[in-house]
Design a protein around this ligand. Structure first.
Ligand code: KIV
Ligand code: NA
Length: 265
């Protein structure tokens, strides 16, 4: 199998082939997504929410992210694996950003990192790229800044924030990022970004005019029962499936139906 590289991802944008990206946090799911042909697997710090049950992404540590990322990498043969640098491991100190990245690359064998922000973190982006590590940017609704935003609603609906986002996207491209994620912004603004820079722009809640799409696996598979934002398309209702299977199993054990004669030694 031919491994996905940043060059292949760039070629996809140039050729107008959309890029598929999904989060993964463990070996078994990564293996399925990789077999299915996912271009990029993101070991997102959304692990804080969907794996660990935290309210925000802020509490997850570099050690936690490394555990998840190493598990994902052991499950893949083809997908490009990107790991989120968690809150507090890169902002305001580019040397720390590089040190965090070096730990991720050495201890997980992932292929690149993602970091949230534009102009404010540019020095960190440049230092990481100068070490030969591909960096994916992340603009718009950046969840590590939730305490600044105060809400998870759509970003950059006002001209000033939209202009800053456009400028940040250009700065990230100039700094050498191989791609940028845009989260929860108006579709026409995302279109403008995707047309004004040359690197792939991957959207979540950013509409159809971008170069690829990313979703959180638990949302896409319907494991999170009550999370139904407008931008989400659910491909399964796994909560209901797993709930039903669990109840059936409980029933079969209580009713002495499981195990039967063929299910024992
Ligand atoms: O952590 C995450 O899952 C992400 C995606 C939503 C882009 O950053
Ligand atoms: Na993230």
């Amino acid at each position: 199998v031919k491994r996905i590289t940043t060059h292949i991802l760039q070629k996809m944008k140039n050729d107008g082939e959309k890029i598929s990206m999904l989060t993964a946090y463990d070996y078994s799911m990564a293996r399925i997504f990789d077999d299915a042909g996912m271009d990029i697997l993101l070991v997102g710090d959304s692990a804080a929410n969907v794996m660990a049950g935290y309210e925000t992404t802020l509490p997850i540590t570099l050690d936690h992210m490394i555990y998840h990322a190493a598990s994902v990498v052991r499950g893949i043969r083809r997908s490009f694996v990107v790991v989120d640098l968690p809150f507090g491991t890169y902002q305001g100190n580019s040397k720390e950003a590089l040190a965090s990245t070096v730990r991720i690359m050495k201890e997980t064998s992932a292929h690149g990192v993602k970091i949230e922000g534009g102009e404010e973190i540019l020095e960190s982006v440049k230092r990481i790229i100068s070490a030969g590590v591909p960096v994916m940017g992340h603009l718009g609704l950046t969840p590590q800044s939730i305490n600044k935003f105060g809400t998870y609603s759509v970003r950059a609906t006002e001209e000033a924030e939209a202009q800053k986002l456009l400028k940040d996207a250009r700065l990230l491209e100039e700094a050498g990022c191989f791609a940028i994620v845009l989260e929860k912004i108006p579709a026409l603004l995302a279109k403008q970004v995707a047309e004004s820079i040359h690197i792939p722009v991957i959207g979540i809640g950013a509409g159809k005019y971008v170069d690829g799409q990313v979703l959180v696996m638990h949302d896409m598979l319907g494991i999170n029962k009550d999370f139904k934002p407008r931008f989400l398309r659910r491909y399964l209702n796994l909560y209901d499936e797993i709930y039903k299977a669990s109840q059936q199993y409980i029933h079969d054990v209580k009713a002495k139906d499981f195990p039967n004669d063929n299910e024992q030694y």
